[in-house]
Design a protein around this ligand. Sequence first.
Ligand SMILES: [Zn+2]
Length: 408
Amino acid sequence: MDYFVALFLIVIIVRTIWEIVIDLINLRYSTGTNAKIPNILEDKISTEDFEKSKKYLKDTTYFGIVGSLVSLTVDIVFVLKLFPVLEHALSGKWSLPIQALLFFGIYTLIDYLVGLPFSIYSTFVIEEKYGFNTTKPRLFFRDQILNVLLTVLLGIPVLLVLMWLLSYPIWWWQVSLFAIALVVFISFVQPVFIAPLFYKFSKLENEELERKLRALLEKAKVKVPNIYKIDASKRTKKQNAYLTGIGKSRRLVLFDTILTYSDDEILAIVGHELGHHVRRHIPKLILTNSVYITLILYLTNLVYDFIKANNVFGVSQPYTVFSYALMFITSIIFFAEPITNYFSRKMEYEADEYSAKLIGSPQPLISSLKRLVKENLSNPNPAPIYKTWHYTHPSPEERIKRLMELQN
Ligand SMILES: [Zn+2]
């Protein structure tokens, strides 16, 4: 079955090459001599800001390309060598669940250790250089340790259930149901139990803002028992806000970094988040993700059976065969990313429109978008192919244009 091994390698290599090609197209488009500040942003983005954002894009793009090449190399080493070597070293010595835990444990650990220097470089060199980073090394390592602990704590039971399900002759729908339940479970647990491990949640000190936010929630007829600010400024200067949870645990969360915005701008941003809620974007996302997960696992099951029946790669244990099959299918399904991003961008327009109507004017949202571009050094001129492929949000220029149309 050598041709399948060749096909496997071609798929993961083509995927990486494709990613690098669109990265470079985007870099050339956004930083070339023809690139200029979009008219709409000219009043807020100075030539200096623009030059800085181009440099930031250059640094992050080259850094991303190095990362993609390293991760491709690691994948090839795993596919050709480490997966079979690990299986042979483990099988026969322990019971199947223990083998699987050791296999995925070693796999995840190597992957993590390879990624760690990148994460350190990104935080302490690139983000630092542009003045975004506020994380101290101590906090960074505390976050790392916490992430490892959470992965182990959650990973062990998940792997044990997975191994049990893989013992069925056909398992794609059982594993899909389990994966969907897991996604829903995490989305409940994350805001209430996990996020507070990383951030301190506290009441807004600005009573005036709190009163205005409550009035806005009332107007939108959305019940949000809790409004919090979090100490995001301990890690970054970048700004954000989100609405999460359901029922009594529903919460509106503002990064403390966004509190320098005017009240009207904050209200417009919150209006956007409320738009996602009112237009039922979260249940829609959960539904489409469920279909996506099921499709991936159905195809993974087909490839799993193929690898097993033809003894490709010389492996036979369920955990190894599953790892191969899943890596192959996720690399192929990557080429469907523009479809999901298209729907995501549509939802962002809907949320913007909702905010403008709720507030009664698109102006505060427009001015907050301009500030976000300026202060987060967002690329004002992304290449069209790059937007189609990667952008979950329309570009700020497109969003502002659409908002201005609403006003007329
Ligand atoms: Zn949004």
